[in-house]
Design a protein around this ligand. Sequence first.
Ligand code: NAD
Length: 317
Amino acid sequence: MCSNKRKIVLVGTGMVGMSFAYSALNRALCDELVLVDIDKKRALGEAMDLNHGLAFAGSSMKIYAGEYDDCADADIVVICAGVNQKPGESRLDLLKRNAAVFQSIIEPVVRSGFGGIFLVATNPVDIMTRVTYQLSGFNPNRVFGTGTTLDTARLRYLLGEYFSVDPRNVHAYVIGEHGDSEFVPWSQAMIATKSVIDVCGQSGGRYRLEEVQGLSVQVRDAAQQIIAAKSATYYGIGMALVRICRAVLGNENSVLTVSARLRGEYERRGVYAGVPCIVNANGVNRVIELSLTEEEQGQFDRSCDILEESYEGMELS
Ligand code: NAD
């Protein structure tokens, strides 16, 4: 940690950023929370609004609208800033505009003397995390994204419902791109220590593997469903961000499917993708390599190829 107070700087005080901030306040996540946004008035208003809730919160958090210089002694910089797709704009053009947004953020954060951890939520999160790594020049352990953390939480919830088991006893992961090519390696999905495939096979038809596998489609399409209903998703990702920050600030060594830079794991090098990682005060302490089947490795490779193509298409200097 950078000092004896736990300090987080949030960049981007839109719906996702403020869902994180609100949840952080309610969970007493840190001692100091700084809000930064290109729209300074908005950051000021959000800080005022949160401060007025302090009397009802079980925490004495210091919350204020600040500047990039405030990152100097921060433990974590959480990035939720981004621009939205304009009508008729291609995905690649949006990526390029978001890369420009990140340039305007990462450079002043690094210039401040920041020596903590970058945590990225802005979409496409795997690409924007890689951009952050590239622009910051930080050790990749200290630059990671939310990846498939939320997708994995959704999967565990749905599996818990299906099997009537507490989701905390469901060990299954969504891996790869946070997006259309993400997938569940079912060979590695467990209820306690028993494989989901065996639980279905030995259930006498009570549980069906095809039905279970159908849950991954629900997980993949959940964001689109929420967006169709209410234009955006933010509470779930806000809470996922708090969970990841807690793992860092508490040096927890927790397993979370964050977007991490692969350095030979899963036979890939350089790409950022959602994989189970041990997260602690140093960031991504290490990547856990699941024993994928040949078919699952093929799915993972396809997902990483898509991420590589998008990143290279941006032609960052
Ligand atoms: P939003 O439009 O409500 O907020 C974006 C904020 O970024 C705004 O306050 C804006 O002023 C700020 N901003 C823009 N350019 C900036 C700059 N150069 N410097 C500083 N701040 C700047 O959007 P949102 O709903 O909060 O979503 C934010 C991002 O989170 C999006 O990219 C969205 O796709 C992503 N998201 C990710 C996940 C996930 O699972 N990783 C889930 C939901 C949303």
